[in-house]
Design a protein around this ligand. Structure first.
Ligand SMILES: *Cc1c(COP(=O)(O)O)cnc(C)c1O
Length: 421
């Protein structure tokens, strides 16, 4: 559920007309609904109300400072995957004890920043990383709280590029070697083992792969406890999927997910952490674009938009589907036209949809890409020297630009020409 609905023939973001934002900000732009973001966060928070828990928003899905502040104020922690994200979270007022540091390639410098600034835990992913982290912590005279990310070797049944929990994926340590690795961690002076971490992938549309993974984590918890480790926290990762197409069968809800978690690991008495990204931010965002031209090709019509693959790369990168809807609600009984919906970038991959049946549109019309809040703005680039597009946040009848469009001078002046040229 989200807050992008038609009212009086106009697509709204909560109580603000998209057309009004477009008139003030110019297309293309991203717009986020604070009510949707909060609603999704709260669904997870309530789904885990049966135990001590922290919902850590995977901010790599959407990392604007205003969004982090909104969710942080509601009680969310943050899952960060880089020193840059750590800094963003801290700058948004999230205290270190609500920040979890994930990722397979943390540098010593990133470890130092997090240890000095405060951190809830590091989710470590390899022996060499454990050694480096212990070293850095000892150097600072502290102990780093850690979980080890285990790879449970389950098939997440999602797109290959976002599956992370099979043994051939680069993430975590094989669960079969976990006891050995925990023994090593316990022997390192700079580490304090507190729990286990698992994250098997993104855009999962069934609970079963989670269930299999969590069952393995529960067994491991008992083994590790028998080995003498204090396992008090389980980080169960993110990955719950969202419906991208309206006619799709809907993925499980956070409530069902929370109940399944309780069934599989509830008896262990651990504090539970989860790291949802997409399910909180995905349907909370809309990418709004204008039609530049309608071009007739051989046997097909192209809708050429002012948004492109550099603004939203998911269709090009993951063959992702986004529902694309007109900003003016089509009248009942209107015509449909099949369009190839494309951007202006000089690549055939800059195609958002092929032969998509749409209400007939013309130049100047506006369209919205639904479910564009996650892995949208954060993955954008300036390819083709196209400025990063603005981000707008709506709350009720208010809206604000939360990242403005850079000027062309700003873009050009970031480069320097060597004196010797
Ligand atoms: C990407 C990622 C997440 C979030 O995944 P979503 O599918 O957006 O929920 C959580 N944890 C880790 C470690 C990740 O890499």
């Amino acid at each position: 559920m989200d807050h992008f609905l038609y009212r009086d023939g106009q697509l709204m973001a909560e109580d603000v007309a998209i057309a009004q934002i477009a008139a003030e900000v110019g297309t293309p732009f991203y717009v986020y609904s604070s009510a949707t973001l909060l609603r999704h966060f709260k669904l997870f928070d309530e789904a885990l109300a049966w135990t001590d828990h922290l919902v850590c928003f995977a901010m790599k899905s959407l990392s604007n400072q205003a969004v982090l502040t909104l969710l942080g104020d509601a009680g969310a922690g943050m899952d960060v995957v880089s020193g840059g994200e750590y800094r963003r979270a801290r700058a948004a007022g999230i205290s270190g004890d609500r920040i979890v540091f994930s990722g397979i390639g943390k540098t010593r410098e990133e470890m130092r920043i997090a240890l000095e600034g405060g951190i809830r835990q590091f989710n470590v992913e390899s022996e060499p990383e454990m050694e480096a982290l212990s070293d850095v912590a000892v150097g600072l005279g502290v102990q780093a709280p850690i979980t080890v990310r285990v790879n449970p070797d389950v098939d997440a049944k999602t797109h290959a590029k976002i599956s992370t929990g099979k043994k051939e994926d680069k993430f975590g340590i094989p669960i079969s070697r976990a006891r050995e690795v925990y023994a090593m961690a316990a022997a390192l002076p700079g580490l304090k083992v507190i729990g286990i971490d698992v994250h098997i992938g993104s855009q999962l549309t069934e609970l079963e792969p989670f269930r299999l993974a969590y069952r393995k984590v529960a067994e491991l918890t008992e083994q590790l406890r028998a080995d003498g480790h204090e396992i008090t926290r389980l980080d169960l990762g993110g990955g719950l999927g969202i419906p991208y197409a309206r006619d799709n069968s809907a993925p499980p809800l956070p409530t069902d997910y929370g109940a399944m978690v309780q069934e599989e690991v509830g008896h262990l008495g651990c504090e539970i952490e989860i790291e949802p990204g997409r399910l909180i931010s995905g349907n909370a965002g809309l990418l709004v674009a204008g039609v530049i031209y309608v071009k007739s090709g051989e046997g097909r019509k192209f809708l050429i938009l002012d948004a492109a693959m550099n603004d939203l790369i998911r269709p090009a990168m993951y063959e992702a589907w986004h529902d694309i809807i007109p900003v003016v609600e089509p009248a009942p009984g209107h015509d449909f036209t099949p369009y190839d919906i494309v951007g202006p970038v000089c690549e055939s991959g800059d195609t958002f949809a092929k032969e998509r049946l749409m209400p007939t549109l013309s130049a100047g019309d506006l369209v919205g890409f639904r479910s564009a809040g996650a892995y949208g703005a954060v993955m954008s680039s300036e390819y083709n020297s196209r400025p990063l597009i603005p981000e707008v946040l709506v709350k009720g009848d208010q809206f604000a630009v939360i990242r403005r469009r850079p000027t062309f001078d700003e873009m050009i002046n970031r480069d320097t020409i060597p004196e010797w040229l």
